[in-house]
Design a binder for this molecule. Structure first.
Ligand SMILES: *[C@@H]1O[C@H](CO)[C@@H](O)[C@H](O)[C@H]1NC(C)=O
Ligand SMILES: *[C@@H]1O[C@H](CO)[C@@H](O)[C@H](O)[C@H]1NC(C)=O
Ligand SMILES: *[C@@H]1O[C@H](CO)[C@@H](O)[C@H](O)[C@H]1NC(C)=O
Ligand SMILES: *[C@@H]1O[C@H](CO)[C@@H](O)[C@H](O)[C@H]1NC(C)=O
Length: 306
């Protein structure tokens, strides 16, 4: 019995559970939705369609049918306060933040998870600080999922009945381009998480074995190897996913803020993945200590027997 193996055992269990959750979070509608990799806030997407006041030199565009119907949808929704609308665009945006997305037929947020994309509305509403993510639905979960909110928004606009297209809202194509560039990196993290989960599972078995054995340096060494592999996989995926999430958020904000699209990194997801990586790293260090203590014990054994 080696009680000192309890420490790496607890760490291996922690890493196993956390890395499993990295993959499973958001797999079903509403299951750990807060643990997304990136979330897009589209509650004000298309606000540039709302006609500004007559004072600005608005040139009529070819999309006036879309504009008119949105305008009437919005004015209808906010109790015919046409005068104040014309006076203060910001007022409308605040008042109609909840209505704009539904007027267009799109959702208020889209989120990237390891295996799917979810979408939904904010509850109680999009302008509330710390609003909850109320999930409407998610795509079918699959491995190596390709995040394409642009296609989803395009389809929903087409079904929305307002005759608005992506080009009407000046949707920049480089939003999707920048996401596509990170596609391979995000795929690679999926494989790395699987390796991390498998080796964390092995590390649990190894620690249990050590716990109930007399403790041998060979087992400590094998356990160190297993934990090092798991920790390398989890550290790599954490680094890749952190960089990818930051890049996606940065690019979407850079290109999308003008048309009312905002992106947020998933801090809770990053907490999960780094938690798993650090747990496994500490576990592999613990096995180094265990190995050295074993060696000292063995040396002492040789001395006393000679
Ligand atoms: C808003 O009110 C004006 C006059 O009060 C009316 O003519 C107009 O039809 C109303 N519009 C809507 C969308 O209810
Ligand atoms: C949003 O919800 C909050 C809290 O329920 C409420 O105070 C606020 O008036 C709502 N805003 C809009 C635009 O409905
Ligand atoms: C989530 O949205 C649905 C549909 O709009 C609504 O019925 C439900 O009350 C919302 N849930 C929360 C917690 O706000
Ligand atoms: C979504 O974006 C709008 C526009 O920037 C902002 O006012 C709102 O607070 C955001 N909502 C949430 C829940 O982050």
């Amino acid at each position: 019995m080696r009680p000192s193996a309890l420490f790496p055992l607890a760490l291996a269990i922690t890493a196993f559970v956390l890395s499993l959750l990295c993959i499973l979070a958001g797999r079903k509608p509403g299951f750990m939705e807060n643990y997304h990799i990136v979330a897009l806030n589209t509650s004000t997407l298309g606000h540039n369609l709302i006609p500004t006041t007559a004072t600005t030199s608005d040139t009529p565009t070819s999309t006036s049918s879309g504009l008119d119907s949105i305008y009437s949808a919005l004015t209808g929704d906010i109790n015919n306060i046409t005068d104040s609308i014309e006076n203060d665009l910001n007022d409308i945006l605040n008042t109609a933040a909840d209505d704009l997305a539904s007027a267009l037929g799109i959702k208020e947020w889209y989120s990237l998870h390891m295996m799917d994309m979810c979408e939904g509305i904010y509850s109680p509403n999009a302008t509330t600080k710390g609003a909850k993510y109320n999930t409407t639905n998610c795509t079918n979960p699959m491995t190596m999922y390709h995040f394409n909110p642009t296609k989803q928004i395009e389809d929903e606009l087409a079904k929305g009945g307002l005759n608005v297209t992506l080009s009407d809202i000046d949707y920049p194509s480089n939003i999707q381009d920048s996401i596509n560039q990170l596609h391979t990196a995000v795929d690679a993290t999926f494989a790395l998480y699987c390796i991390g989960i498998a080796f964390s599972g092995l590390a649990m078995c190894g620690a249990l074995f050590e716990l109930f054995s007399n403790g041998s340096r060979l087992i400590s060494f094998a356990n160190w190897g297993i934990c090092s592999l798991a920790s390398t996989a989890l550290l790599s995926s954490s680094i890749i996913i952190t960089v990818a999430a930051s890049k996606i958020a940065h690019e979407v904000n850079h290109n999308g803020n003008d048309i009312g699209m905002y992106a947020y990194k998933g801090h809770k997801f990053l907490g999960l993945t780094w938690g798993a990586a650090v747990a496994m790293f500490v576990a592999s260090s613990a096995w180094v200590v265990e190995f050295c203590v074993g060696r000292m014990r063995q040396k002492r054994g040789f001395k006393s027997s000679s």
